[in-house]
Write a protein that binds this ligand. Structure first.
Ligand SMILES: CC(C)(COP(=O)(O)OP(=O)(O)OC[C@H]1O[C@@H](n2cnc3c(N)ncnc32)[C@H](O)[C@@H]1OP(=O)(O)O)[C@@H](O)C(=O)NCCC(=O)NCCS
Length: 381
């Protein structure tokens, strides 16, 4: 029973160090063979990251390129943000194709056949189709048995919420191979005349393959997840009716029908408030996730991997957590803020570049519109 309680504690994200105090009482309600099988799966299943991949558009836009059409300069942008280049979708490129490429690379690294994928989570707030793109990715990859595929919208926290969802589907739902894709094309809805926001963003896709394993090999150690709708006003792109469109009915009893044509507004951001929010909540959230993982302390993980929004935010959080810069993963200089893609893109580069090795523990955090923020402590490989 002690082992059962410990396994249950891990499933429910309770600290390894405090399992004896906090493990929930599990009551087995079924005495059928099927029930026993499901209970056994629940307490014996872990999950681990076994593959990653990424893809970026071909067009590179430098700070000097931006300075040709807005009042800015390389010095201002790189000093305030650390960003020097970003990639932007152009020509016939689209976001779904980037997501497919990233997912294919993750499957290749994991040596998993597409027919063995049983769930695809596409984390994106700027997909090619408002009804979602995950099923298109599923078809393009050649997942022959029509596995479940759907989209998750949570802006820059999207990838980590996808990772958490993958762990729930594996541990509680019996799924074996889950692709988590983070892909965004914020270039589609930034106002390219607003120098306060357009300089920050770029487009990209990243993916990981999360695989079921024995609980003893479990590589997802702890999560901390939050949102605060009150802060939404600081970073929005809202749906609005076009004021110039006069499609109102001639029937006076139905003056608001049919609805006017509509669209989403450009991204509007209060940069200072978002900056303060990030440096306040992210260290707290990582510390909470480390505590849940039973790994409290800045020396109990190898790498700090934050959503790549701004080098000053990354540095500020690292300083608060007392993590030296050699243990901080950053590629914001090359890609800017790629929203849900930023964490898997940076992870993929760090893995393929040999920085992150199998067995390394990563403390990751995403934050952004919603407001949402999320942290995860996980092992690579
Ligand atoms: C956007 C951000 C870089 C702005 O930096 P800041 O130090 O807060 O700068 P401010 O907005 O206060 O502007 C300071 C001055 O620079 C000017 N400025 C703004 N953008 C500029 C640009 N691209 N180039 C040159 N000058 C610029 C402003 O007009 C202002 O001028 P003023 O003092 O004459 O009025 C910073 O607030 C930030 O990174 N915030 C976090 C945003 C973020 O990460 N969002 C996504 C989260 S998922």
């Amino acid at each position: 029973m002690a082992n059962t309680t410990m396994a249950a504690a891990q499933i429910f994200g309770i600290s390894r160090m405090r399992q004896h105090q906090a493990a929930p009482t599990l009551i087995m309600c079924s005495n059928t063979a099927k029930g026993a099988e499901e209970f056994s799966r629940l307490i014996n299943t872990g999950c681990k990251l076994v593959g990653c991949g990424s893809a970026v558009p071909s067009l590179r836009v430098t700070n000097n390129d931006l300075a040709k059409f807005i009042d800015t300069n390389d010095e201002w942008i790189s000093t305030r943000t650390g960003i020097r280049n970003r990639r932007v979708l152009s020509g016939k490129e689209n976001l779904t194709d980037l997501a497919i490429e990233a997912a294919q690379k993750a499957l290749e690294m994991a040596e998993v056949d597409p027919k063995d994928v049983d769930l695809i989570l596409m984390c994106s707030s700027s997909g090619d189709d408002r009804f979602g793109s995950a099923p298109v990715i599923q078809k393009a990859l050649g997942c022959k048995h029509n596995p479940l595929a759907f989209d998750i919208t949570a802006a820059c926290s999207g990838f980590l919420l996808g990772l958490f969802s993958a762990s729930c589907y594996i541990k509680a739902g019996g799924f074996k191979n889950v692709l988590v894709v983070g892909a965004d094309a914020v270039s589609r809805f930034v106002d390219w005349t607003d120098r306060g926001s357009c300089i920050l963003f770029g487009d990209a896709a990243g993916a990981v393959l999360v695989q079921a394993c024995d609980i003893g090999e479990d590589g997802l150690f702890g999560f901390d997840l939050h949102s605060d709708g009150d802060g939404k006003r600081h970073l929005i792109s809202t749906f609005k009716e076009n004021e110039t469109d006069d499609a109102s009915s001639e029937n006076p009893s139905m003056t608001s029908f049919p609805p006017k044509s509509s669209s989403y507004s450009y991204l509007q951001m209060n940069g200072r408030e978002i900056f303060k929010f990030a440096v306040r909540v992210v260290p707290q959230s990582i510390e909470a996730a480390l505590e849940k993982a039973g790994l409290a302390g800045s020396n109990n993980f190898d790498w700090l991997l934050l959503h790549q929004a701004n080098q000053r935010i990354i540095d500020g959080v690292a300083t608060r957590l007392e993590v030296p810069s050699e243990r901080v993963i950053s590629n914001v200089a090359n890609y800017g803020n790629t929203s849900a893609a930023s964490i898997p893109l940076a992870l993929d580069e760090a893995v393929r570049g040999g920085k992150v090795q199998p067995g390394h523990v990563i403390a990751a955090a995403g934050f952004g519109a919603g407001l949402t923020w999320a942290s995860a402590i996980f092992r690579w490989g």
